[in-house]
Design a binder for this molecule. Structure first.
Ligand SMILES: [Zn+2]
Length: 266
């Protein structure tokens, strides 16, 4: 009888929510990873060929994220996304999921590597998963984002920017860093509003005359786009900066935008 009571009490203490099993798995995995930090001497890329030569420095800290990559989930609800990110076979994750009602689900320590960006390139940075925090916005891909959602996002971005000193230019979209492969966040995403709050850049004016020798492709590259697939990079540029234009060519109006934008990214 006594054992039964104790069992009942301990069951009540750790209320088994729908994610108690996957939370346990998270704990186990992070514990496993922490062993890497404790290794001494270290058997990383340098190997343990000459362990006697190992001299541990006394000055170090943990690497910090330097980019934020924003996504839309392309799913039908937050619940669906939480499920997707807690199933091993999907192999995908992000640090944050922001629901339509503004609820923020933190799913992964900012200091750990999420699996959200995939093959990616922005400027000279590759493997954005290694250097970024991933934020997923609950959105089916074809609808506007809610005000509550954007307000929560701005709050999260503010905390990330302050905590890790992330440069203004480094708040970007998945489509920006995976041209030809991804189109998120969709064309409803309020990038200008974000830029007004200090996350990413926006152009100040389009009332400019662009010099005849202005190189628009080079401007795209300076901003960060991977122009090796030019059409795809123009498409990503438009999803972000010229949202009502679905063509994949650089127009005279786009040149004005690029001419203004590039000054900020240079
Ligand atoms: Zn994405």
């Amino acid at each position: 009888m006594r054992i039964l009571i104790i069992t009942l009490l301990s069951l009540a203490a750790c209320s088994p929510g729908p994610y108690s099993n996957t939370n346990r798995d998270y704990k186990k995995q992070s514990k496993e990873l922490s062993k890497l930090y404790l290794e001494y001497p270290v058997s990383d890329s340098a190997g343990l060929k000459y362990p006697a030569d190992w001299v541990g420095t006394t000055n170090f800290s943990v690497r910090r994220p330097n980019f934020v990559v924003i996504h839309h989930t392309a799913q039908n609800s937050c619940e669906q996304t939480l499920k997707t990110f807690t199933l091993k076979r999907t192999e995908v994750s992000s640090h944050y999921v922001i629901c339509k009602d503004g609820t923020v689900h933190h799913m992964l320590n900012d200091l750990l590597r999420g699996h959200h960006a995939g093959v990616s390139k922005w400027g000279n940075a590759t493997d954005l998963n290694s250097s970024s925090v991933g934020i997923e916005m609950d959105n089916n891909g074809f609808e506007p984002f809610t005000e509550e959602q954007i307000n929560s996002l701005v709050e999260v971005l503010g905390r990330l920017k302050r905590a890790y000193n992330i440069p203004t230019a480094n708040f970007i979209g998945h489509a920006d860093v995976a041209v030809g492969r991804k189109v998120d966040p969709n064309r409803y995403f309020p990038w200008k509003k974000l830029a007004d709050n200090g996350f990413g850049y926006w152009y100040d004016t389009t009332n400019v005359s662009v010099p005849a020798d202005f190189n628009a492709v080079q401007a795209l590259r300076v901003i960060g786009y991977d122009t090796r697939k030019l059409e795809a990079s123009i498409n990503s540029f438009k999803i972000h900066f010229v949202q009502n234009d679905t063509t994949k060519v650089i127009s005279e109006a786009d040149k004005k935008i690029l001419f203004e934008l590039v000054k900020k990214y240079q």
